[in-house]
Structures are given as structure tokens and as C-alpha cells.
Write a protein that binds this ligand. Structure first.
Ligand code: NSS
Ligand code: MG
Length: 435
């Protein structure tokens, strides 16, 4: 008989029919006469199988089995009122005593992540993540952007030297890439609008619910674009991903108890708030920043936006907000200065609503060799370490720009996950590098 999945057989058209399904014992309830197995198939679907207890005697949680039986309807059966009255049981493996029970500490679930992936929560999260990745890629492909792959072993910082992971690369030092951006910039002269989805690495020494040491970075770069062109791409991409994901993963998001009514409103255009206006709003609310020595003062023009200030700016929003035109002093060397507003960058961050924080950073790149070299020096970078990158300003430099989107940040917002770690199958943080 054809092997089927739980989701296929839980259907009135199968009542009375013999089916065969296989998977793992997700829950097990043994009574004198009959045992009730909640069998989980390989896509996380579950169905109750009823077997004579003497047949199911040796079974344990996570034993791998195959059951053949007759589909019947019983309102008491969990997960939809269907069950299989088992006739035959084939056992592939009797699982050892399973270390994960009904309720476990977060730490244990992280230590046993290779097994915790079998929990309904992780299965639902993984499926939402897969849709986000799928629709992120599909938007670019359907809009004519070219996929490219940048190296992840590099020689230089993009986002500041403090979060570089150094490694020994044969006989020299090298680093794990923080961002594909500089390489994407090299590709636009011959491949036009390009995009990449690569792991990016940040030696973040902060334990926060929105930082990982390794994250999935969806990045894009194009020639001849302005900041506004880039913002339009970002809001179309994010809206497309969200609307398709909440449709495709309605069942999983329901399981995760995510109310998607707010997400349904995410359509272009997103509000653009000038940085200066954002500071005014925060000052009007008496927002304070903490200096390095711990003293507090009122936020002022020139400060970067912290997670608390981002939360304040978006707490009542249903859609993301772009904060546009940060001072170049708080942004990396490559941000182009606005010729009409000295000191202000042609750059923007997309902040997710309800305090989920920064989802993207992007903008126009400095395309003048003199300006970008002096910015590097000002930032304490050695221009001679970026010779190849500076060649892009020597040989046919053009106005160009792009952005980077943190996949896990987007998935966290879509699923309303407490911690960004919940959105990754095997999270990497300062205190975790296995399993
Ligand atoms: N091609 C580009 O223009 C990208 C640019 N060089 C860049 O890396 N910008 S970024 O540092 O803000 O990172 C971009 C996004 O990447 C995400 N990001 C950035 N850092 C992290 C960490 N540590 N954990 C998780 N997610 C992270 C977050 O959503 C950021 O908005
Ligand atoms: Mg950023």
C-alpha cells in the first residue's frame, strides 16, 4: 500500500479505507486493552493510531514505526477527530528513554536542539522560516534580480571591526563575513541588480533577544539607484514575503498563537520618518540615553537609535517605519553623504512595528574615491586594506546602493517570537556554538 501522511488521511473520503502511515511516536497512552499513539509523520503532521496494547507493548516516545489500519472518525481523537484503527504495526527502532518531556527548561531545549526540532513549536517555526526564505528569493527572481554568491571568508570589516570573527586561513589571518555588501557592489558593474542570501557573522558580545552570532542575511545591490528606489524595493519585498507567508503558513501561525490581523495590513508604502523628526518625537517623550560612564542625558540630534527608542517610535504602528537620513557619524564609512544636507547620510533603517526593531539597513553608497577614502581614514580603517574595493570607485564608479535584511529578525516579527533564537534551527550566540 502507498505510504501516506497524516494530513492526507485525515479526510472524510478516507473513512473506512485501509491506509499505511509511518513516523514517530509523538505521544503514547497505554490502557489495559488499547494503546493510543499520536503518530507524527516526517512533515510534522499527527494522527491518533489505536493499537491493541499487547501489539504496542514495547513502544516508547520517538520510536519509529509504520502503522497500517482503517481510517475512522471519532470526535474524541485529538487533532481533528480522525484516527487509524491499527491492524499491523512495523517497528523500525525502539527509542531509548527520551530526554525531552512535556515541559523543559529553555537551556535543556537548546542543549538538545537536535531533538527539540521535533517539537510542534519548532516544526511550525521551521515551516514559517522556510516560507520567508522561499518568498524572499522568489521576489528577487520574479523581479529580474540576479542571484549571486559572495565569499564568507574575507579580509576586512564592513560593519565595524568590533564584531569580526578572526580565523586562521592557511598562513594568514582572515575573518568571517559580516555582510556580502562590498562584493555585491563589485558585481553591479557587469550583472546589474544582484541579490544574495548568505550567512553573516557578528561577534556580538551582547545577550539580546535580537542578536545572533550567525544569521541569514538577504542582501541586494543595484547600480543607478537612489535611496527612494531602494526603500521602494524593501517595502515591496517585505510586504510580498509577509502576505505570502501568512497565507501559506496560516495553520502554523495559528499553532504559534500568532494573531496575523496586524500583518495583513503590511502593504507599501511604509511611513518615512526623517531622523531629525524621530529625535524630536523621542525628546518630546523625555527619552534619555545612557553615556558610556553610565550617566543619563536627554536624547539629542546625533545619537544613534537604541532598541528602546526604536520601540517607542513603532509601538503603535501596524506597519514598518523607515527612519531616513541618519547622521553619517553613526553609520558606516560607505554611506553616501546627502549633498543637500551635509553630515546626513542617504541611508535608512526599516523598523518593524510593535518594537520588533531593525529589520533592514540600506541606502546609497559613497561613490567618490576621495570621499570614501577620507571616511575610511576617519573611521580608523586602513584604505590600503580595501584596495580592491576602492578600485570600484576608480574604474567607472556610478551612483548605486542596496540593503541588508536579517531573515531571523523578519521571522521573529512574523511569528511574534520572544527570542530571535527561536527562529533558528541551530542558533549561534556568544554562549552557544553546539549542537
Ligand atoms: N548589504 C547591506 O547594505 C547590509 C549592510 N552591510 C549591513 O550589514 N547592515 S546591518 O549591519 O544593519 O545588518 C543588516 C541587517 O541584518 C540584521 N542583523 C544585523 N546584525 C544582526 C545580528 N547580530 N543578529 C541578527 N540579525 C542581524 C538586521 O536585520 C540588520 O538590519
Ligand atoms: Mg543596521
Amino acid at each position: 500500500a502507498a505510504i501516506m501522511r497524516a494530513s492526507e488521511v485525515k479526510n472524510a473520503s478516507f473513512i473506512g479505507k485501509e491506509v499505511t502511515i509511518r513516523g514517530w511516536v509523538h505521544r503514547l497512552r497505554k490502557q489495559k486493552e488499547n494503546s493510543f499513539i499520536l503518530l507524527r509523520d516526517d512533515r510534522g503532521g499527527v494522527i491518533q493510531c489505536v493499537l491493541p496494547t499487547d501489539k504496542a507493548a514495547g513502544l516508547t516516545i520517538e520510536s519509529s514505526v509504520q502503522v497500517t489500519g482503517i481510517v475512522s472518525q471519532d470526535p474524541r481523537a485529538p487533532e481533528g477527530g480522525f484516527e487509524i484503527k491499527g491492524k499491523e504495526l512495523k517497528i523500525f527502532n525502539i527509542a531509548a528513554e527520551y530526554p525531552i518531556g512535556e515541559y523543559q527548561s529553555d537551556e535543556l531545549l537548546l542543549d538538545k536542539r537536535h531533538l527539540a526540532l521535533r517539537t510542534r513549536k519548532m516544526i511550525a517555526m521551521a515551516k514559517v522560516r522556510a516560507s520567508v526564505l522561499h518568498y524572499g528569493r522568489r521576489w528577487f527572481v520574479e523581479n529580474g534580480w540576479m542571484e549571486v554568491t559572495a565569499p564568507t571568508i574575507v579580509k576586512g570589516a564592513v560593519e565595524g571591526g568590533s564584531t569580526l570573527f578572526k580565523l586562521r586561513y592557511f598562513d594568514q589571518d582572515a575573518y568571517l563575513s559580516q555582510s556580502a555588501q562590498l562584493y555585491l557592489e563589485a558585481m553591479i558593474f557587469s550583472l546589474g541588480p544582484v541579490w544574495s542570501l548568505t550567512p553573516s557573522f557578528r561577534a556580538e558580545k551582547s545577550r539580546t533577544v535580537r542578536h545572533l552570532a550567525e544569521f541569514s542575511h538577504l542582501e541586494a545591490e543595484a547600480p543607478w539607484v537612489t535611496l527612494e528606489d531602494i526603500l521602494k524595493v524593501e517595502e515591496q519585498l517585505v510586504s510580498y514575503v509577509i502576505q505570502n507567508t501568512i497565507k501559506e503558513r496560516a495553520e502554523e501561525l495559528e499553532f504559534l498563537k500568532r494573531d496575523v490581523s496586524g500583518l495583513k495590513k503590511v502593504e507599501p508604502p511604509f511611513e518615512r520618518v526623517p531622523y531629525g523628526r524621530a529625535i524630536e518625537i523621542l525628546r518630546s517623550k523625555g527619552f534619555q540615553v545612557t553615556e558610556d560612564d553610565g550617566t543619563k542625558r536627554e536624547i539629542q540630534f546625533g545619537d544613534d537609535l537604541s532598541i528602546d527608542s526604536e520601540r517607542e517610535l513603532t509601538k503603535d504602528a501596524d506597519k514598518p517605519v523607515f527612519v531616513v537620513g541618519y547622521p553619517i557619524a553613526v553609520k558606516p564609512f560607505y554611506v553616501k553623504e546627502d549633498p543637500e544636507h551635509p553630515g546626513i547620510g542617504l541611508t535608512a533603517d526599516m523598523l518593524a512595528p510593535r518594537g520588533f526593531g531593525e529589520i533592514t539597513s540600506g541606502g546609497q553608497r559613497e561613490d567618490s574615491i576621495d570621499s570614501i577614502t577620507s571616511r575610511m581614514v576617519k573611521e580608523g580603517l586602513k584604505p590600503e586594506a580595501y584596495e580592491w574595493y576602492l578600485d570600484l570607485r576608480r574604474y567607472g564608479s556610478v551612483p548605486h546602493g542596496g540593503f541588508g535584511l536579517g531573515i531571523e529578525r523578519l521571522v521573529r516579527w512574523i511569528t511574534n517570537a520572544e527570542d530571535i533564537k527561536d527562529t533558528v534551527l541551530f542558533p549561534r550566540t556568544m554562549s552557544r556554538v553546539e549542537p
